[in-house]
Design a protein around this ligand. Structure first.
Ligand code: PBG
Length: 318
């Protein structure tokens, strides 16, 4: 009877698995139980399992070695960027599985910011960053990415990326825009996973986590979310995303009601780590908390959810 009247259902088709890749053997990410930095080989194997579980898409993030990083993130568009090899390998093995790639410079910059910095190093330099983002998006599409996902929060990047993709013949490549991305403390475990916490420039000893408040949104703001949404819609986004998800379900609901575009939500690394940590302490029931956290995001209005739980939940639904 409850199933008959249930309003919200999770399905494997709604879930997107984020995955990490690096040049080297697979290794565990300490802050994210069950998550690994994959080798090219283990990434393809993991993607096979994702596809078999009914997932339609994965999002691949590279961890770049410190000696390849610089202030300008020049390795982003270098042909030997491991991300491109990863995308090619996954698309060759599993052509039907959609591959999403991030468009932002943080894996490639030694300071860990998503863009180039101004001369005094105090701010990201919005406009000069746009060309680098366009070049990265085109290189990702050329490697076979089906969907590029600008997560950098520079103003005007969706328009720049759309124009760059079209000019290079990638009219069919979708843009999933991180339209509403908050400057959140919940990204901590992800930054450890990809090494983008700015360690290379002393971030390891910093008492504060890397502050991206100059370009990511103030957690206090809702109206601004609708403004960011409008800008990205006007610039040509195909799907708009809210991130993080759980602490911002009111924003997901508001975005859902304000747009006709598909809405994505990103249940980020800190949301995942929280549930794991409490479960390890015996304070929360792991499976029920995990499933409830995803159901709440779906109920709030997300059409698709990026979550580190994607494959295991999809397997359970099956
Ligand atoms: C990079 C990026 C971040 C995440 C996705 N893309 C981190 C950041 O903005 O610092 C976070 C994902 C997560 O925490 O799971 N632009």
């Amino acid at each position: 009877m409850r199933a008959l009247v249930r309003e919200t259902k999770l399905s494997a088709e709604d879930l997107i698995q984020p995955l990490f890749v690096h040049a080297g053997d697979p290794e565990a990410v300490a802050s994210m139980p069950g998550v690994r930095r994959h080798s090219l080989g283990s990434l393809v194997e993991e993607c096979r399992k994702c596809a078999a579980a009914g997932l339609r898409a994965v999002a691949v993030f590279p961890r770049i070695e410190a000696d390849k990083k610089d202030a300008a993130g020049t390795h982003a568009a270098a042909p030997e960027n491991i991300l491109f090899a990863a995308v090619r390998a996954v698309k060759e093995a599993l052509p039907e599985l959609l591959v999403i790639t991030d468009v932002a410079l943080d894996p490639y910059t030694d300071h860990g910011h998503d863009g180039l910095l101004t001369a005094d190093g105090m701010d990201v330099d919005n406009d000069p960053t746009l060309a680098a983002l366009g070049a990265l998006a085109v290189a990702e599409a050329a490697a076979g990415a089906d969907i590029v996902a600008p997560s950098d929060m520079m103003d005007g990047r969706v328009r720049t990326i759309r124009a760059a993709l079209d000019a290079a013949g990638f009219e069919k490549t979708l843009i999933l825009s991180y339209a509403v991305k908050y400057a959140s403390a919940f990204y901590g475990p992800f930054r450890a996973a990809v090494g983008s916490a700015g360690d290379a420039v002393g971030g390891k000893n910093a008492t504060q986590p890397l502050d991206k408040g100059g370009y990511q949104m103030d957690p206090a703001n809702m109206r601004e979310a609708l403004l960011e949404l409008q800008l990205d819609e006007d610039e040509g986004a195909d799907v708009v995303m809210v991130k993080p998800a759980g602490p911002y379900i009111d924003v997901i609901r508001a975005v859902r009601e304000a747009t006709l575009l598909p809405v994505a939500a990103y249940q980020v690394s800190g949301e995942y780590a929280q549930i794991h940590a409490a479960a390890q302490l015996g304070w929360l029931d792991y499976e029920r908390t995990r499933d409830e956290s995803l159901l709440a995001i779906k109920r709030a209005g997300a059409d698709m959810i990026l979550t580190y739980f994607a494959r295991e939940v999809a397997e359970k639904i099956r």
